[in-house]
Ligand binder design. Structure first.
Ligand code: UDP
Length: 237
């Protein structure tokens, strides 16, 4: 059955494309095109985008000058930069979009208000949730799961560069098998790398299914979400 409302999470790293840093216009255009197909199908779409293409708190604080908390603030601001870029790209495709930030910056975008976000979604606007949870020591995976639970999304889609969760590292082991379904406990026990433990635990507590899929396969998001065809990806539930 086609879900009514979803939350799609992209990592910031994906935006960098081949250059490895910043925002590659072709990539953001591609992502916007994939999201557009959901909007056309009438799926209410929330989006969280990471900031790893610009800066992460952990790496910023490695030199011993920048405190981890400050580094995390920088990382959260990086997600706002990406959110603004994605908003522009989505608007280019004719979508109505709002950015809501967990950290107040009213000259740039709305502040996150759950009820208002839901109203936007009901009116057919895509909502990009920026600035993570607004707190250091978290990731945008956790922010995405939190927002998904708050807006009562039917599922969270972790759109990555791999097809899903494998029984062993496919980069290291030939014959690694893609797992079509695994439980939250399996995911936590096996320490899967595609989602962090905090986000999986939050999803488990709220029975929120996590779909892990390849974002670089054109049409994959629509195939999974609109057509309900989960072949070639993994679901944690
Ligand atoms: N971050 C944070 N709190 C949050 C979400 C993110 O402090 O709730 C910071 C953290 O430093 C993180 C950075 O923002 O490294 C960028 O987010 P993330 O690493 O999740 O981005 P992604 O890997 O998805 O690109």
């Amino acid at each position: 059955m086609k879900p009514k409302r979803v939350l799609v999470k992209f990592s910031g790293e994906a935006l960098a494309g081949s250059s490895g840093f910043g925002i590659e216009p072709e990539v953001i255009k591609y992502i916007a095109g994939e999201i557009k197909s959901l909007a056309i199908a009438g799926v209410e779409t929330g989006i969280v985008i990471g900031g790893g293409n610009i800066i992460r708190g952990v790496s910023a604080s490695q030199g011993g000058i920048i405190k981890r908390t400050s580094g995390d603030h920088m990382g959260m601001l990086a997600t706002v930069i990406n959110a603004i870029a994605l908003k522009e790209a989505l608007e280019h495709f004719g979508l109505n979009v709002r950015v809501q930030s967990a950290i107040k910056m009213e000259a740039i975008c709305e502040t996150f208000i759950m009820g208002r976000a839901i109203r936007h979604l009901q009116k057919g606007r895509a909502v990009i949730f920026a600035a993570g949870t607004g707190n250091p020591f978290f990731t945008t995976d956790t922010a995405a799961t939190l927002r998904a639970v708050e807006i009562e999304a039917d599922m969270i889609i972790k759109a990555t560069k791999v097809n899903g969760v494998y029984d062993k590292d496919p980069n290291k082991f030939e014959g690694a098998k893609l797992l079509s379904t695994l439980s939250y406990d399996d995911a936590l026990r096996d320490d899967i790398k595609v989602m962090d433990d905090t986000s999986i635990a939050l999803a488990k507590d709220n029975k929120l299914p996590i779909v892990v899929c390849n974002m670089f396969e054109p049409g994959n998001l629509a195939k999974i979400i609109v057509d309900g065809d989960l072949s070639g990806c993994s679901i944690v539930k």
